[in-house]
Each structure stands twice: as structure tokens, then as C-alpha cells.
Design a protein around this ligand. Structure first.
Ligand code: SF4
Ligand code: SF4
Length: 220
């Protein structure tokens, strides 16, 4: 899922003109799970803004299933028609979709979108995928070298790996390639590590503009 965290309240407030009719919109999917932008966070942020020095004409709050999907954005059109500013508590995709869909409105982001990751335990989320477009989990025992190795090496470990830790932060960071080694050993697949892997294929990354998937069989 997409992991995000709330921007500092001062930064959020800085961009909202005084006496606005504000509509805060949460998203019930990824950002709800990472406790950044769901229904509960909408309620908390509404209270914080209403108690701040910046006076609003009105503050309304709501949340929809997914802000990255037009189908759900249409559900709030009546409420949007009565506001001046939409403060979106979705990830960057949701904010952009909201902005496209309600293009006459100012849409502001309340979150910083961070990464694609896992819910490890309460209060701990870990980056697991860069969306590189050229997945190599088949040769690394299901552990991503591009995110788990600090240098994104395709062949590892490097000389900075010691005692299973990465030289970038030996206190807190496991060496990704040590994790890969242990996993492949467990799977009796260490031979895959002996083969030199070619450099990653950047042509499938985002460097050439936004990536798209178009399924002709699904287009109407
Ligand atoms: S190899 Fe690429 S697609 Fe696969 S998990 Fe890592 S970043 Fe994601
Ligand atoms: S120590 Fe391990 S995780 Fe750190 S850069 Fe080297 S191979 Fe990557």
C-alpha cells in the first residue's frame, strides 16, 4: 500500500486563506491503514484547524472509499459545490485526481506521500517496492534489492556489510543483500546469487514521463 504522513499543521494552514469554507476529505484505503488520512484523521485535523488562530467560515469533513477513482469522487459533488478549498488527506495520486475532477476548486494536499510499503506492526511501516517496472524478486528470494539495499545494488552484498548490518546505518538497518543471502540459503537457491546480474533496466522506470498501462481488452 501507499504510505504517507501528515504535513505539519503550520504548513497546511499557511496555504489556506482566512475565512475559507474548507472541506477536508479523507481516503478510506491506504492512508487509512497507515493512520495518516482516514476518517479519524479528518476529524482530528478538523478540530486542530478550528482551534488554530486562522479563522475559517466553515470546516466540513468527509471521507470517501478511494480518491484515486473517479467513481468515488463524484459522491461528494454537493459538498464540494459548497466549499472554497478542498484539503485532501489522500496520497499524491488522490490529490491529483481530486484536482482534475473538481478543476474549478483549489485542492491542497494535507499529506506527504512517502513510499509503497508494508504494515509491519502497529506504528511501523517499511518500504518494500520502488515500482521499478522490472521486478527481480524471482532471483532474490522475494526480497527487493532495490529497496532493501541502501545502494540499490543488483549484485551484493558490498564491502560495507558487517554482521548482517548495512554500513549506511549499522545500528538500525539490516543489509538487504544479507537478508537475500539468508533467504536463498533457506530455499536452497544460493546458486542464483552466484550469477552476475546485469544493471537494472531504467527504461521501465518513470524517467520517460508518467508510466501507463493500457489494456485494450478492457477499454470501452
Ligand atoms: S524489484 Fe522493482 S518491482 Fe520488484 S519489488 Fe523491487 S522495486 Fe518493486
Ligand atoms: S551493506 Fe548491504 S544493504 Fe548496505 S549498501 Fe551494502 S549490500 Fe546494500
Amino acid at each position: 500500500m501507499i504510505i504517507a504522513e501528515q504535513k505539519p499543521v503550520n504548513e497546511i494552514l499557511k496555504n489556506i486563506p482566512e475565512n475559507s469554507r474548507l472541506l477536508i476529505v479523507g481516503c478510506d484505503t491506504c492512508v487509512t491503514v497507515c493512520l495518516a488520512g482516514g476518517e479519524k484523521e479528518v476529524a482530528v485535523l478538523s478540530s486542530v484547524i478550528s482551534m488554530s488562530d486562522k479563522k475559517m467560515k466553515s470546516i466540513e469533513g468527509t471521507s470517501i472509499e478511494r480518491q484515486c477513482d473517479k467513481e468515488f469522487l463524484s459522491e461528494i459533488k454537493d459538498r464540494v459545490s459548497e466549499c472554497d478549498i478542498i484539503l485532501s488527506m489522500a496520497c499524491g495520486v488522490g490529490v491529483q485526481m481530486m484536482s482534475d475532477y473538481y478543476n474549478g476548486k483549489i485542492v491542497l494536499p494535507a499529506l506527504n506521500t512517502l513510499f509503497m510499503g508494508s504494515n509491519e506492526e502497529t506504528g511501523y511501516w517499511l518500504e518494500r517496492c520502488l515500482g521499478c517496472g522490472d521486478c527481480s524478486l524471482d532471483i532474490t528470494g522475494g526480497i527487493c534489492p532495490k529497496t532493501r539495499c541502501s545502494k540499490g545494488l543488483m549484485n551484493g552484498p558490498c564491502g560495507g556489510s558487517e554482521g548482517g548490518k548495512c554500513e549506511v546505518d549499522p545500528e538500525n538497518l539490516d543489509c538487504g543483500w544479507n537478508l537475500i543471502y539468508n533467504r536463498l540459503k533457506e530455499l536452497n537457491r544460493l546458486d542464483t546469487m552466484a550469477a552476475i546480474q546485469p544493471p537494472r533496466d531504467w527504461s521501465k522506470s518513470h524517467d520517460g514521463g508518467p508510466r501507463r498501462i493500457i489494456r485494450e481488452d478492457l477499454l470501452l
